[in-house]
Design a protein around this ligand. Structure first.
Ligand code: PGA
Length: 254
């Protein structure tokens, strides 16, 4: 059985004091919640402190991005996967639609980040998802397939034995327009099929998260879908009560 994973993507929010406060609320609220795996992804500058604050808790730390080029060198402004591991990160988000759209990250750059993370022993959370225009044009499957196959081509299917996929329709991110559970299930089952066609065992064990306006009010229904193995939570991960409620919803569904 796949254990559900709930990951909070804080994006570029908060101060050091607010981060500490948020973590405190999450740790207190999720104490003894072992049925689901829990993760927070703060901004880079708060990672060390977050990892220290979460030591001994059930909540892991991840990063929001990583350098795909190298583990060290002349890459001004970048942070390597080795550094993230050193800071206590277990996961890293790669290919978030904000990175793809605002910073022009290509499929091949995302694949390089995926590879660099694994080289340092960090589990990549690969984000895929279609824009509103692609959705309306009926191109959802073609888009997520292209995004996923670019990574298959670069790293091979075996690399997905220690990876997570997050399906995040761009039209649902930060808009309040959550995908219906049926839509998420349909696309996520398709993503699993693409993996399983290359390796049945990896396809069966791979976790596929849903992201895009997950809230306490819709989390349980989304998580009850057979191919929704948890969530990547943006806005609702910034309020500890909401995030805890979402974590609890994941812990209740099997
Ligand atoms: P949201 O963001 O929950 O605020 O829609 C999700 C994400 O971008 O990962």
């Amino acid at each position: 059985m796949r254990r559900k994973l709930v990951a909070g993507n804080w994006k570029m929010h908060g101060t050091r004091a607010e981060a500490a406060q948020l973590l405190k609320g999450i740790v207190e609220g999720t104490d003894r919640l072992l049925a689901a795996e829990l993760l927070v992804c703060p901004p880079f500058v708060y990672l060390f402190e977050a990892a220290a604050g979460l030591r001994g808790s059930t909540v892991a730390v991840g990063a929001q991005d990583v350098c795909g080029e190298a583990q060290q060198g002349a890459y001004t402004g970048e942070v390597s996967a080795t550094m993230l591991a050193d800071a206590g990160c277990r996961y890293v988000i790669v290919g978030h639609s904000e990175r793809r759209m605002i910073y022009g990250e290509s499929d091949s750059r995302v694949a390089a980040k995926f590879k660099a993370a694994q080289q340092a022993g960090i589990v990549p959370i690969l984000c895929v998802g279609e824009t509103a225009a692609a959705h309306d044009a009926g191109e959802t499957r073609a888009v997520v397939r292209r995004q996923l196959e670019a990574v298959f081509d670069a790293v091979g299917i075996a690399a997905f034995a220690s990876a997570v996929i997050a399906y995040e329709p761009v039209w649902a991110i930060g808009t309040g327009k959550t995908a219906t559970p049926t839509h998420a299930q349909e696309v996520q089952a398709y993503l699993r099929t693409l993996v399983a066609a290359r390796d049945a065992k990896i396809g069966a064990s791979l976790r596929v998260l849903y992201g895009g306006s997950v809230k306490p009010s819709n989390a349980a229904e989304l998580f009850s879908m057979p191919d929704v193995d948890g969530g990547l939570i943006g806005g609702a991960s910034l309020a500890s009560d909401d995030f805890v409620a979402i974590c609890r919803a994941a812990g209740r569904v099997h």
